[in-house]
Design a protein around this ligand. Structure first.
Ligand code: BES
Ligand code: MN
Ligand code: MN
Length: 462
């Protein structure tokens, strides 16, 4: 595997320019106006798997956007690694906050990326991180050092909840059979603090609608005498946390796994600087559940957050009006052993129960997903740790992250395999935000590290 360094030196310009081409296509799965672009991206990804040396590639239809599949089977008796990634991206808005257009990638230097970072929607999440695998596999196949079998499934609906994937997994269980799943769709602590993600939070996402009067009203003629759905909705939302920032939904915490003091102590060893954290986000103070540290609040504790709220008049100037309806989108991040369907149910019952008689309330569930944790004793974790030790010269820190990749729990249920999450992005890479970027160093380091995972995993699995 040692040739990987030279291979990167020789081919790095091409590795970057290929990723840049991929980033130019706006594969926004949430917006149907871009459906042709999403489909076009699937084709380019398929071609890249062919070019990397996969024996078989395929664009697999689903109810939604297709899954791109590729494989290189060298010997059925050897272990098989299944790589998962996604080629769809988040919508880029708000557009005006981008310093360069989201689908015209450019390389710019930043404080944390002195060697430059590629700025584009999807640069880190997940086109850049997915493409590291394609290039790592290209290296292993072209240099005849692939030590095991590899399969890849790259989906196009991750950012909208992977709706078609449960069926896809069940239907293609045989085809996707593997010993371990490898994903780069998370982050690491810092370029000099490599980490392996050992946990992901689950998700329950709902939309609520509060209806007051049957039409918009003059806020002078009727104001003060009728329910204002926007006022009511805000009060209801405010009541969902108590003064200690505990969530007030009855039963919400019933299944939350209490992490032992010993484990909390172990987790607290991961480097975290509160001042830097506040400074990076330009916030006067942090906020969260009493009794837990900031890192615990975003990893081992569940949350409830309003992601969007609207209603009434928001145009220029002032319009005096009491709206008929108010809306909000609310996400709840879940931890083991909370169940998304159960939490959605508890939320719905509670939200209806706290609504005053003066309004009508509707709750619509969106996507959800189960949380995931993995332990450090597995072959996969050990192989990943050795890979980082080889290329970073440091033992990676295990870290539970706050984000969600719902498919990971499904992999465990349907394919009965564990997942190793080797992320190379930084939290500051602005995924889902304007000016998303991915360090060129991180991109190349990922390509360098991945082949060692193959090597050590194949050795350990013997
Ligand atoms: N790659 C992210 C998840 C992620 C990012 C996990 C960073 C850990 C660290 C993924 O694409 C994502 O955005 N997931 C969504 C959930 C999905 C159902 C839309 C999320 O976490 O909001
Ligand atoms: Mn992602
Ligand atoms: Mn994402």
């Amino acid at each position: 595997m040692e040739q990987i360094k030279d291979y990167i030196t020789t081919h790095k310009d091409r590795f970057i320019s290929e990723l840049v081409e991929l980033l130019k296509i706006p594969s926004i799965s949430a917006d149907t106006a871009f459906s042709q672009d999403v489909l076009e991206t699937a084709k380019i990804v398929e071609k890249s798997l062919k070019d990397a040396g996969c024996d078989k590639t395929e664009i697999c239809e689903t109810k939604g956007y297709p899954v791109v599949y590729g494989e290189k089977i060298i010997d059925p008796n050897l272990p098989t690694i299944l790589v998962y990634g996604h080629y769809d991206v988040q919508p880029p808005d708000p557009m005006e906050l981008w310093t360069s257009p989201p689908f015209e990638p450019v390389i710019k230097k930043t404080d944390l990326h002195p060697e430059g970072a590629i700025f584009a929607r999807g640069a880190c999440d997940d086109k850049g991180q997915m493409y590291m695998h394609v290039k790592a596999i290209e290296f292993m196949i072209k240099n005849d050092v692939l030590p095991c079998n590899v399969k890849l499934m790259i989906e196009g609906e991750e950012e909208v909840g992977s709706d078609s994937l449960a069926d896809f997994l069940t239907e293609h269980k045989e085809k996707l059979a593997n010993d371990i799943i490898l994903i780069s769709d998370t982050g690491m602590i810092a370029n000099d603090v490599p980490s392996i993600t050992t946990g992901l939070r689950g998700l329950s996402y709902v939309e609520v609608e509060v209806t007051g009067p049957n039409r918009d009203l003059h806020s002078g003629i009727y104001g003060g005498a009728v329910p204002n759905p926007i006022n009511v909705l805000n009060k209801m939302i405010a009541s969902l946390h108590d003064e200690n920032n505990h969530i007030t939904i009855p039963g919400f915490y019933d299944k939350v796994e209490e992490v032992s003091d010993a484990e909390r102590k172990e987790m607290a060893k991961a480097p975290f600087n509160l001042d830097d954290y506040k400074k990076a986000l330009d916030i006067g103070d942090v906020q969260g559940e009493k009794g837990f540290t900031t890192s615990e609040r975003y990893s081992i504790r569940p949350t409830l957050d309003v992601n969007g709220i609207w209603g009434g008049y928001t145009g220029e100037g002032a319009k005096t009006v009491i709206a008929s309806k108010a809306y909000a989108k609310i996400s709840m991040r879940l931890v083991p052993d909370q169940d998304p369907d159960e939490i959605t149910q508890l939320f719905t019952e509670h939200f209806k129960a706290i609504a005053p008689k003066s309004v009508k309330v509707k709750v619509t569930p969106h996507h959800g997903g189960l949380p995931y944790v993995t332990n450090m004793d597995s072959l996969g974790y050990k192989a990943a740790a050795k890979a980082y030790e080889t290329t970073f010269g440091k033992t990676p820190v295990p870290e539970r992250t706050g984000g969600s990749i719902p498919i990971v729990a499904l992999f465990e249920q349907v394919l009965e395999s564990k997942t190793i999450l080797m992320g190379f992005g930084l939290d500051s890479d602005a995924i889902h935000s304007p000016n998303e970027h991915f360090g060129v160093w991180n991109y190349l380091k990922g390509i360098e590290t991945i082949p060692y995972f193959y090597k050590y995993y194949s050795e350990l699995a013997k």
